[in-house]
Design a protein around this ligand. Sequence first.
Ligand code: XMP
Length: 513
Amino acid sequence: MDNQKILILDFGGQYNQLIARRVREHNVYCEVKPYDLSLEEIRRFDPIGIIFTGGPNSVYAAGSPHPDPGVFELGLPILGICYGCQLLAQELGGLVTAAQADSAREYGKTRTFFDTGCELFQGLPEESVTWMSHGDYMARVPEGFSLCARSEACPTVGICDEGRGFYGVQFHPEVNHTEYGRQMLRNFLYEICRATGDWTMSDYRREAVESLRAKIGDGKVLLGLSGGVDSSVAAALLSEAVGSQLTCVFVDHGLMRKDEGDQVEAAFANRELNFVRVNAGPRFLEKLAGVTEPERKRKIIGEEFIRVFEAEARKIGRVDYLVQGTIYPDVIESGKGDAAVIKSHHNVGGLPDYVDFKEIVEPLRMLFKDEVRALGRELELPEELVMRQPFPGPGLGIRIIGEVTEEKLAILREADAIFRQEVAKAGLEGSMSQYFAALTNMRSVGVMGDGRSYDYAVALRSVVTSDFMTADWTRIPYEVLDAASNRIVNEVRGVNRVLYDITSKPPATVEFE
Ligand code: XMP
């Protein structure tokens, strides 16, 4: 790749991925690498600048992480953030100590004053709010450095040696709470590192296609397509690169949402690739008959999926490469390099390991989710596919409480489609992380026309979350709930009651099972 690159050395801070995203948002490519990357590897990476991240340690503590000291001799600009700033100070001859007075420890939003003559703060107001989180402070700055930011409690919030291109800030420019953080990073990238902003999705697409062609040659490629964003974008990219050498196997387990199987198929129909849709719904339903226990349902669905996938893979014959939709957050090697753990992420809950392939191809492994979506648009995938909210592998199977039957699936598909339509009509999709209908196994009495009904209750669920580990229920406007509820009870036979789930995670989970 001949893009300009920024190297982010990871000292264990909690916002490291965010730093990388912010850099890329400015159209500059970057990668997060362990802090102990050797000088030779740094040279080989060939960055135009380096960022030291924050971290939980104290730079003066025994065993705290330090970079190769040669990093300061490369003639490259360096921006140190929080711990990274203290590292700069300590390694270059300054003094970092635990803040003596409580007032010099800073957490949270802090009024900060800047020297706007410093290139990092050029063009920004002289006073603004920053986000601090540090207990140590720089008691003496290194020779050659000057102070360029301060707060009321701390005189050494920002330091710089502009001759060498070294900058350090105690606060976190990457978080939204730092009012002008984005602009400061932009200044570092464009004014100090002389970035040109050459990281664009169309370049990425072109280069990825070229390198996939070079790697795959005339080999055969297999991809398990779930219809989710990652596997769909990977399929579109591979399809452009190697056309009919690619086979996409889409296992439609019959637990997809309304029209979803057809949408996935339509999105790939015009491409020159072998698209295999396996309509395995009856086979899944048969296995699920009479099963009510959530974990058993999940196991059955997961296992059946693999069996179907294996059978299709065998029909295709010898496959050289298997594609996985791994994305960057799954890959980042954090903290100490020698203990780096690289997660291997399966979109479909496990792939057969005896498919005879030479290598796993992961064309999205350097992209964040929003970049994967941008690439999907670049590849002209339909917007519904690109913006799909997460959908669990077991599909509607875990949104029907109790036994899964064809009748219940039909009810849920309709109710869920109506809810999503109403959310879209109100223009609320962007404000919710995941929203759907579930079918409870509760039936209750209602009145329809002049008669009594005894039908199912549908539960609507919507959450906002950034990581899906915790989630808050969405305060959907009553009018939207009202419209969805009215339509569901009027249009979906078998439903006479609509409930809205107002529990957060924890203690509830996002899905019902
Ligand atoms: P929970 O219900 O655990 O869901 O709070 C958190 C997120 O994970 C998704 N989810 C799954 N995704 N296979 C998947 O691919 C699964 O078995 C599965 N279970 C839950 C869920 O939709 C939510 O986004």
